[in-house]
Design a protein around this ligand. Structure first.
Ligand code: SAH
Length: 237
């Protein structure tokens, strides 16, 4: 009886483990088909990396079953990981080529950084909330994502030592275009950034630099957590 109970427990445990893994793969596949391919994500490389990066590893444990849902999810510290479609859309717009230097502002969970690294970019990512940045760094190391450099700080200032960047992705909503980031955009570079008032709807905006001139194009209305500045935070005693 005791042995049988143990055996049953072991079997159930093994089945639940195997089941959980199969489920995530299946959930990820449906996410790609129903939320990305069925909409306007056509870049085969972007679709490939959206299939390969395990999104459930980047959300809070309790939210794992919903990791592949068509929605943003909490990642702690009042911040969120963007909805899969928005991640794929912003990635497709940037069109990152292997070896390109990419700057991300707002590391959050590290999911978007992992996607950019899988595309072969040399990724530099900045997070203002220390605990999130440190966790993302650990997670990206554990999952063996290469070429991702994580820094804790105010992304408003960019990463001057690593500039210029071929692509810049801002994953927090800014009230206006940060000038320093424009300066750090390489000739022929692309930047995607949500711009608009805090608390309201923002416009996802594509900035391109060519022959020293900047062009700005509004892409779609989006909601994003706010881009915060170091000066917004109360001084530490
Ligand atoms: N790209 C992330 C999600 C971003 S949520 C992911 O894939 O999980 C937006 C993130 O931007 C939050 O973690 C927030 O703390 C961070 N952030 C806001 N203002 C910032 C700033 N000035 N510099 C750097 N990070 C900032």
């Amino acid at each position: 009886m005791h042995k049988k109970g143990l055996l049953a427990f072991f079997l159930l445990f093994a089945l639940s483990r195997a089941g959980a893994q199969t489920d995530y793969t299946a959930l990820c596949e449906s996410m790609v088909r129903e939320q990305l391919e069925a909409r306007d994500i056509t870049d085969t490389l972007v679709l490939r990396v959206m299939r390969s990066v395990p999104r459930h590893e980047f959300v809070l444990k309790d939210y794992r079953p919903w990791a592949y849902n068509d929605q943003a999810l909490p990642i702690g510290e009042g911040q969120t990981i963007s909805q899969p479609y928005i991640v794929a859309y912003m990635t497709q717009i940037l069109g990152v080529q292997p070896g390109e230097r990419v700057l991300e502002i707002g590391t959050g969970s590290g999911y978007q950084a992992a996607i950019l690294s899988e595309l072969g970019g040399e990724v530099y990512t900045i997070e203002i909330v220390e605990t999130l940045g440190l966790e993302a760094k650990k997670r990206l190391n554990r999952l063996k994502y290469k070429n991702v450099n994580v820094r804790i700080g105010d992304g408003y200032n960019g990463w001057p030592e690593a500039a210029p960047f071929d692509a810049i992705m801002v994953t927090a909503g800014a009230e206006e275009l940060p000038e320093t980031l424009m300066e750090q955009l390489a000739e022929g570079g692309r930047m995607v950034i949500p711009i608009g008032p805090h608390g309201g709807v923002r416009q996802l905006t594509l900035i391109t630099r060519s022959n020293g001139k900047f062009k700005s194009e509004k892409l779609m209305a989006v909601r994003f957590v706010p881009f915060i500045r170091q000066t917004d935070k109360p001084e530490k005693p």
